[in-house]
Design a protein around this ligand. Sequence first.
Ligand SMILES: *[C@@H]1O[C@H](CO)[C@@H](O)[C@H](O)[C@H]1NC(C)=O
Ligand SMILES: *[C@@H]1O[C@H](CO)[C@@H](O)[C@H](O)[C@H]1NC(C)=O
Ligand SMILES: *[C@@H]1O[C@H](CO)[C@@H](O)[C@H](O)[C@H]1NC(C)=O
Ligand SMILES: *[C@@H]1O[C@H](CO)[C@@H](O)[C@H](O)[C@H]1NC(C)=O
Length: 387
Amino acid sequence: MFGFRKLALLAVILFNLTSARSLPLQRKNDPPQSPGQYIVTLRDGLDESAIEQHLQRATSLRARSESPVVELGRRWNIGSWNAYLCTMDNNTLTQMSRDDAVQFIEPDGGLGAISHRVPNHTDYVYDSKAGEGTYAYIIDSGLLTTHEEFEGRASLGYNAVDGEFVDDSGHGTHVAGTIGGKTYGVAKKTNLISVKIFQNGQGKISDFLEGYQWAVYNITKENRQEVSVINVSGGSGAMEALNRAVDEGYKQGVLTVVAAGNFDQDVRRHSPASAPNAMTVGAIGGDFSRSSFSNWGELVDIFAPGEDVMSAWIGSNDDAQAHAGTSMATPHITGLVLYLKSLIPYRMKSPANSVRELQNLATGNVIQDTKGSKNLLGFNGNGIVIV
Ligand SMILES: *[C@@H]1O[C@H](CO)[C@@H](O)[C@H](O)[C@H]1NC(C)=O
Ligand SMILES: *[C@@H]1O[C@H](CO)[C@@H](O)[C@H](O)[C@H]1NC(C)=O
Ligand SMILES: *[C@@H]1O[C@H](CO)[C@@H](O)[C@H](O)[C@H]1NC(C)=O
Ligand SMILES: *[C@@H]1O[C@H](CO)[C@@H](O)[C@H](O)[C@H]1NC(C)=O
C-alpha cells in the first residue's frame, strides 16, 4: 500500500509551438527561391537499397539550373519510420514530392519557446521505492546535474544542438525536479538523463527528432524499455513526422509522455501531443478545473497539476521557482509512471500496460471543463492498495 498525496501545487510554463505547414507549389516563372530545410519522410517498408537509391536520386535532383544543390542532413530511423533532413528550394521540393519513395515532406520549423509565471509549494507522501532503478529521459533545455535536488542521479545524455550542454533556460531542470527531485519530485530515486534540444528557449523539429531517436536507441540498446519513460515537453503544429517517430518508439516498447500544449485548443492541432500512442497530459489548477491554457480533446489521456508547480531552478544548486503549464503537468505523470514501474514492475512492462495501469489508478470524473478529454486525474494514488 502506498500513500500518494498531493497537497498543493503551483506554477506555470509553457512551450509555444509554432506551426508551419503547407508547401505551396511554385510556378515556372517564379524567381528562384532561397532554399529551406525540410523533413522528408519515406514510405513505410522501403528496404535499405531502395532508400539508398532514393537518396542518390535526391542528391542529383535540381529542379532548375539556378536551383541550389540539394543537401542531405541528419537521417533518422525508428522502427519502420525513415526520414531525413534536406535543404532544397521550393522548385526542387515540388520535384522531390513526386518521387515514389517519398511519403510526405514537412518544413523543419520551430519548437517551443518557453515562458514562465509565479511560485508555490508541493508536498508528497511517497513509497520508499520511489522510482528506484528507473530512468527518465528528459527531452528539454538541458539539466543542471549538480543541483542538490538530484543527489547525483542526474546525467547528461545527448546534446542535439550546437553549443554547450548546459541548461540555459531552467526549463529542463524544473521538469527534472518534478519528475525526480528529492523534494519536489514524484519519483525521488529515479535516474534523470538529459537530452538537450532547446537552446535559448527555442528548438527545431529536426533537433527534437535527433534527440528523440537518441533516447529510443539508448533505451533499447541498454534494454531499459520496461524501466524508462521519455518525457517531451515541447511540440509544434500538427506534424506527421513527429507523430510517426513517437508511435514507432511505442512499438519498440518505449513510452513517451507528452505535454498537451498551452493554447486552449484541440490537441489534434499539435504534435507530438496528437500521436495516438503518446501519453498526452493536460493541466489542471488547484480547483480541479482544466487550466484555461491547457489544450484538450479526446487525444488528451490524463490530467495532472499544472499551475504554480514549484521545482528546481538553475540560479544555483539550491535554487527553486514555481511555474505553470502543461509542461509542468507532464512530469507529474512521467514521475508517476516511473514510480509505479518501481513499485509494480510486473504490471508496467509495456507502454500499453503502463497506460492502462495509470488510467485504472486515476481518479475519474473530478475535473471540470475537460472539453472532450478523458476525465482522469492521474496524480492520485492516495489510499489505493497495490499488491
Ligand atoms: C517556399 O515554401 C515555403 C514553405 O511553404 C514558404 O514559406 C516560402 O515562402 C516559399 N519560399 C518562397 C521563397 O516562396
Ligand atoms: C501559494 O499558495 C497559496 C495557497 O494556495 C496562495 O494563497 C498564494 O498566493 C500562493 N503564492 C504564490 C506566490 O502564488
Ligand atoms: C546510453 O547513454 C549513456 C549516457 O547517458 C551512455 O553512457 C551509454 O553508453 C549509452 N548506451 C549505449 C548502448 O549507447
Ligand atoms: C517533459 O519535459 C517537458 C518540458 O521539459 C515538460 O513540460 C513535460 O511536462 C515533461 N513531460 C514529461 C513527460 O515529463
